[in-house]
Design a protein around this ligand. Structure first.
Ligand SMILES: NC(=O)c1ccc[n+]([C@@H]2O[C@H](COP(=O)([O-])OP(=O)(O)OC[C@H]3O[C@@H](n4cnc5c(N)ncnc54)[C@H](O)[C@@H]3O)[C@@H](O)[C@H]2O)c1
Length: 249
C-alpha cells in the first residue's frame, strides 16, 4: 500500500478485535503506514495469521476483551518494547441477535461487556501516555444499525449508541489534553463473517439498491476512515460519528 500518512511511521497503535474483519483490515492499514501495531483478540489462530500477513509489523496478545484484568494484562504483553500508544481503535464487537423477550440479563450484560466496557477500560489505561507523548486519537466502532432501527439487536443498539455517548463524553474531557475521540458508524460491511453467514444474491441486490453507491463496503473502506480520523488531517475533528454506509437511502 502507498504511504499516505508518514506521521504514523514508528507510532504505536492498539487495535482490538484485530484477528478478523474490520479490525484486521485496520491493523494492516496502520502497519502498512509504518506503525507498530499491538493487536488484541480472543482468536489466537487469527492473530497468528495476522502476524504473518503483516510480516512482523504487528505484536499480538490473546484476550477476551470482556475480562478487564485479562485485557489489561494482554495489552501490557503486546506493548512490551513499543513506544507510547498514540492511537487506540476500539473495534472488537459481537452482534447478539435475539428477541428482547428471549434475552436474559446475562445475555444483555455479555453484549455490553464486549461492545462497550473495553472502550472505557482501554481509554482510561492509555490516555495518560497519549497525553504525555503530546496527544493522540481514539477511534471507536459504532454502527448505523441503531439509527436504522434494525430488528432483534436491542443490546447491540444499546452498546453502539452508548459508544456515541462515550465518544462525546471523552472528547469533552480529553480535548484539552490533545486527545481526539471519534466514532465510525459503518453500514453493511462485507467481512469474511458476513460473507459466510449473511451474503446471498438477494442480500447483495438489496444492499446495492439501498445504498447511493452500489459497490459493497469492504473492511478496508472502514480501515481507511480510521486512518484518516487518527491522522492530523482530522486534527480539528472530535466527538463526531463518521457514517460510512455507502449513502443508505
Ligand atoms: N461488519 C459490519 O457490517 C459492521 C457494521 C457496523 C458495525 N460493525 C462493527 O465493527 C466492529 C468489527 O466488526 P466486524 O464485522 O469486523 O466483526 P468480525 O466478527 O468480522 O470480527 C470481530 C473480531 O473481534 C473479535 N472478538 C469478538 N469478541 C471478542 C472478545 N470478547 N474478545 C476479544 N476479541 C473479540 C473476533 O474474534 C474477531 O476477530 C464491531 O464493533 C462491529 O459491531 C460491523
Amino acid at each position: 500500500m502507498t504511504i499516505c500518512y508518514p506521521e504514523f511511521d514508528g507510532r504505536t497503535v492498539v487495535v482490538t478485535g484485530a484477528a478478523a474483519g474490520i479490525g484486521r483490515a485496520t491493523a494492516l492499514a496502520f502497519a502498512a503506514q509504518g506503525a507498530q501495531v499491538a493487536a488484541l483478540d480472543r482468536d489466537a489462530a487469527g492473530l497468528e495469521s495476522l502476524v504473518s500477513e503483516a510480516e512482523g509489523r504487528v505484536a499480538t496478545a490473546v484476550a477476551d476483551v470482556a475480562d478487564a484484568d485479562a485485557l489489561l494484562a494482554a495489552l501490557d504483553r503486546a506493548l512490551e518494547g513499543l513506544g507510547p500508544v498514540r492511537v487506540l481503535v476500539n473495534n472488537a464487537g459481537i452482534d447478539d441477535r435475539r428477541g428482547f423477550e428471549q434475552m436474559t440479563l446475562a445475555d444483555w450484560r455479555r453484549t455490553l461487556a464486549i461492545n462497550l466496557d473495553p472502550h472505557f477500560v482501554l481509554s482510561q489505561r492509555l490516555t495518560p501516555q497519549m497525553r504525555d507523548a503530546g496527544g493522540g486519537a481514539i477511534v471507536n466502532l459504532s454502527s448505523t444499525a441503531f439509527m436504522k432501527l434494525a430488528a432483534n439487536l436491542t443490546s447491540y443498539h444499546a452498546a453502539k449508541a452508548g459508544i456515541v455517548g462515550l465518544t462525546r463524553g471523552l472528547a469533552r474531557e480529553l480535548g484539552p489534553q490533545g486527545i481526539r475521540v471519534n466514532a465510525i458508524a459503518p453500514g453493511r460491511v462485507v467481512t469474511e463473517r458476513v460473507r459466510a453467514h449473511v451474503v446471498t444474491p438477494e442480500w447483495e441486490r438489496e444492499t446495492r439498491a439501498l445504498q447511493c453507491l452500489p459497490e459493497l463496503i469492504l473492511p478496508e473502506d472502514i480501515a481507511q476512515s480510521a486512518l484518516w480520523l487518527a491522522s492530523s488531517g482530522a486534527r480539528m475533528m472530535t466527538g463526531q460519528v463518521l457514517i460510512v454506509d455507502g449513502g443508505v437511502v
